[in-house]
Write a protein that binds this ligand. Structure first.
Ligand code: TRH
Length: 385
């Protein structure tokens, strides 16, 4: 995406992020902010209401500092008592967060009206294509637009940094680099073990999956970053107080708890693993860029509307797979998201492993051939100017 001369170093963007819960809101906006700076030469302020969640994935964050620069991004604490600032050229409200009233007034007062966008949640549902880029509400004369990420042409695409897939490929082809990376995280891969990462919400289906892994003929080294699934892991091992560094073995299964890693380290961890269980939105996308088979624990929503999103994604993702492989992986995903027994689906998934591995790479390359989300946002601005 060429950077227009008049935009270079002059475009000022504000991204607003409220941390609703978990890490996805800050995870997505932090990536986007960095990419806009690094690849498009823009001046970006990232307004975040909860710096503690941010600090978990970016330990350089000083939670007591209201204004700081991190990797070229101006990070601002979005405090409850808002102090007036000038509005930027482009204003992104992430995930329908409500901008401070005084800031909306500042947008109105600007001589040149800013472009105001809502960066929505990711969904593979068809209606997204029809709604992407449409005008939303107005505040006085300032028009807001919908910007939808997505998997298909006609959506805003997915966050993907320039050269990401090439870096991933080189790393995956370099066992020594992977070993060094894992060792730095305190991981000594169990001999001949397949490596699986597990990042998920609480899940009643975990026990039956762990049963299957423990009794498998292939050993598994399971890496579990500290988080919500640990309670289920504890119950299965019959232990309590699991924390980073803990390691337990039962039959063919070695389980290790990892500290919550820096975001870029987490990405690399996914690249190292043979299979990744991910959740929410951002790790879900990163697992796809890893080019390896994966399992998605979708964020639960009221009235089970998340299940429509799950089915919409599956319908796209399984395209090109043989019928039995399709059934195996869809069954596994559905069982996981219903908290049901996983063992039979895991066994049938294992039967189609080579096909699923090839497919994960094909899907990744297909998605990677589309414009990335940051470039699409910049293009949207250029078209709007
Ligand atoms: O944390 P999440 O469950 O976030 C969710 C979703 O975004 C959901 O859609 C949203 O509605 C809800 O939050 C409020 O899962 P997600 O999206 O994968 O975000 C996790 C982030 O944490 C991601 O950027 C990767 C990062 N991460 C690390 O930096 N280090 C780690 O060790 C791990 C496990 C994750």
């Amino acid at each position: 995406m060429p950077v227009l001369p008049q935009m270079k170093k002059t475009g000022r963007w504000d991204i607003f992020c409220t941390v609703v819960d978990n890490f996805g809101d800050i995870g997505v906006t932090w990536r986007l902010a960095r990419q806009l700076v690094a690849e498009h030469g823009l001046a970006v302020r990232l307004w975040v209401d909860d710096l503690r969640a941010f600090e978990r994935m970016c330990p350089e964050i000083d939670i007591h500092t209201p204004q700081q620069w991190q990797q070229g991004v101006e990070v601002r604490h979005w405090a409850a008592d808002w102090q007036p600032v000038e509005a930027a050229d482009v204003v992104i409200a992430a995930f329908a967060c409500q901008l401070p009233h005084a800031y909306m007034e500042a947008m109105v007062e600007r001589e040149k009206t800013p472009l105001w966008m809502n960066l929505d949640y990711l969904s593979a549902e068809d209606w997204v294509i029809g709604c992407h880029g449409l005008p939303s509400v107005k505040y006085k004369h300032v028009q807001k637009f919908f910007f939808f990420p997505g998997f298909q042409k006609g959506t805003g695409g997915l966050l993907r940094e320039s050269g990401l897939l090439e870096r991933r490929r080189q790393f995956q082809q370099n066992p020594a680099a992977q070993r060094a990376f894992l060792q730095a995280l305190g991981i000594d891969r169990a001999p001949d073990a397949q490596l699986i990462s597990l990042f998920a919400y609480e899940n009643a289906g975990l026990a039956s999956w762990l049963d299957a892994l423990a009794s498998d003929s292939t050993p598994t080294h399971l890496l579990v970053p500290e988080g919500r699934i640990l309670g289920d892991v504890e119950r299965w091992f019959g232990v309590s107080g699991l924390a980073a560094g803990a390691r337990h073995v039962r039959n063919a299964l070695t389980m290790q708890v990892l500290p919550f890693a820096r975001q870029d380290q987490y990405d690399r961890l996914l690249w190292c693993c043979d299979f990744n269980a991910v959740r929410g939105e951002d790790s879900f996308v990163r697992a796809q860029w890893a080019g390896r088979p994966f399992l998605w624990h979708i964020y639960q929503q009221e009235e089970d509307i998340h299940l429509d999103k799950l089915e919409a994604f599956l319908a796209l993702y399984v395209n090109g797979l043989s019928e039995p492989a399709r059934e195996a992986i869809s069954g596994l995903w559905r069982a996981w998201n219903a908290g049901e027994r996983m063992s039979d689906y895991w066994q049938s998934t294992r039967k189609h492993w080579p096909e699923l591995q090839k497919h994960a790479e094909t899907w990744c390359l297909e998605q990677g051939s589309q414009p990335d989300l940051a470039a699409a946002l910049v293009q949207f601005y250029v078209n709007w100017l």
